[in-house]
Design a protein around this ligand. Structure first.
Ligand SMILES: C[S@@+](CC[C@H](N)C(=O)[O-])C[C@H]1O[C@@H](n2cnc3c(N)ncnc32)[C@H](O)[C@@H]1O
Length: 162
């Protein structure tokens, strides 16, 4: 997930630039895993922004917390939580990142998308980076009626919350 080979094959900053992330925003990263995207995302949003890096597994949460501490980043909250029930306030997030997390059996779209729709502010963005095999996912997102397709940049699909 965070291997050197992956770092070599894929530049996380370039991929993140495909999402609509701006300095100062509040960003929710669902399923941060080993933190491949977490540190670069925190740097992109800067000190005025806030990144909530969420994962259901304690080991990943501990690992990413250590990485955040080592990088001396104060704008990241690493949270152990099921993303189907984030516990975040309604309409509190500017950008949701679903990077490398769908399709995933423990994140069924019929439950994940309503929760992402709930936490996003109106008209804000859900950005999705998929493993190449996941061609059906974009259609499922559109069929939900909760999001409108906006763009695809650097392999990242961007949707606006309806
Ligand atoms: C394939 S990994 C991707 C990790 C990271 N986004 C990346 O691209 O390197 C999927 C991650 O989603 C997390 N995950 C799966 N179901 C979840 C859920 N319901 N809530 C929060 N995290 C979940 C897993 O623990 C895992 O860390």
């Amino acid at each position: 997930m965070g291997s050197r080979l992956r770092q070599w094959l894929m530049n996380p900053v370039k991929t993140l630039r495909g999402a609509d992330i701006q300095p100062g925003q509040t960003v929710l990263e669902v399923g941060c895993g080993t933190g491949f995207f977490t540190i670069p995302a925190a740097k992109l949003i800067g000190e005025e922004g806030c990144l909530v890096a969420m994962d259901a597994l304690s080991d990943y949460v501990k690992l990413v917390s250590k990485k955040v501490q080592s990088a001396d980043l104060k704008n990241v909250r690493v949270v152990k939580r099921d993303a189907l029930n984030t516990g975040l306030d309604t309409a509190s997030v500017d950008v949701v990142l679903l990077f490398g997390v769908i399709p995933f059996p423990s994140l069924p779209l019929n439950r994940l998308l309503p929760e992402m729709h709930r936490v996003l502010k109106p008209e804000k963005t859900m950005s999705v980076w998929l493993f190449p095999v996941s061609g059906l996912v974009p259609r499922s997102i559109l069929r939900s009626g909760l999001f409108k397709y906006v763009s695809k940049r650097n392999g990242v699909y961007n949707y606006r919350r309806c």
